[in-house]
Design a protein around this ligand. Sequence first.
Ligand SMILES: [Zn+2]
Length: 306
Amino acid sequence: MNPQSDRKMTMKRILIVSGTHGNEINPVWAVEQFGKIHNYIDNDIEFKYTIGNPLACEKGLRYIDQDLNRSFDLNKNSNFGNYETKRANFLVNQFGDNGNYPCNIAIDLHTTTANMGTSIVMYGRRSKDFCLAALLQNKFGLPIYLHENDMQQTGFLVEAWPCGLVIEIGPVAQNFYDPMIIKRFLIILSSLRAEIRNLEKNITKLPEKLTVYLHKGSIDYPREKNGNIKGLIHPERINRDWQTIKRGDPLFLDINGKTISYEGEEKISPVFIGEASYKEKNIAMSLAKKEIIFSTIEWIEDFFVT
Ligand SMILES: [Zn+2]
């Protein structure tokens, strides 16, 4: 990337969301700490803060009625009376692009019980998201998990904003404070303003290409006919998120000691391995395929101009 000159960006209001899942408490702490200092407008960037799901946070639960981070298909929502549907509507009315306090970027902070390290999750292939994800991958070397075309999982929070990413950090148990996890959130949040400014001023360039892990689907635990789990994640697979596997590599070990192996043809990287909150979604792990995406000047133009 070698843009010719400085560019002038439109005012950016960045909404930082924590507590979208009420049992992920480290982001809430990190944002409270961050917000005490970063509460001013500088370089045409202002941060706004909100707790995604305050009632679930109070109770230490992932959600009250349904997963808030699957509730932003606002036109498709039929459960109008439930807490998360109302909350999703409220957040968009308050902080959406046309809301009372309009924000054009949303950063949604999550933790996982899986051994994912720090990663970026993006939904679909929007130019603005690519621009921001490229900046962060360039700065911190973070893996990018690109989620798209999964009809079983839709209505993610950041999709309701013109630009938005999830920062996902693990492993950490639900409702457990880990100061090292909090520190990692603070490092990323603290770099956002400067990174965007440096790109605007051509001090930073986007990398030529991005490495992304493209979501290909999810697989469930082996189960009995009555739904009970009858096999666990294989000892050779547990905690090895992002590691590429091939046909024949072990996935599960059943209660009789029999190994269940990966039978797919293409090499693939399991992620969210054993994530505690995904058992109810019948997900033991998700599978992602490594892909290289070349940066384009449109990512930057789209990010700054509109
Ligand atoms: Zn979460």
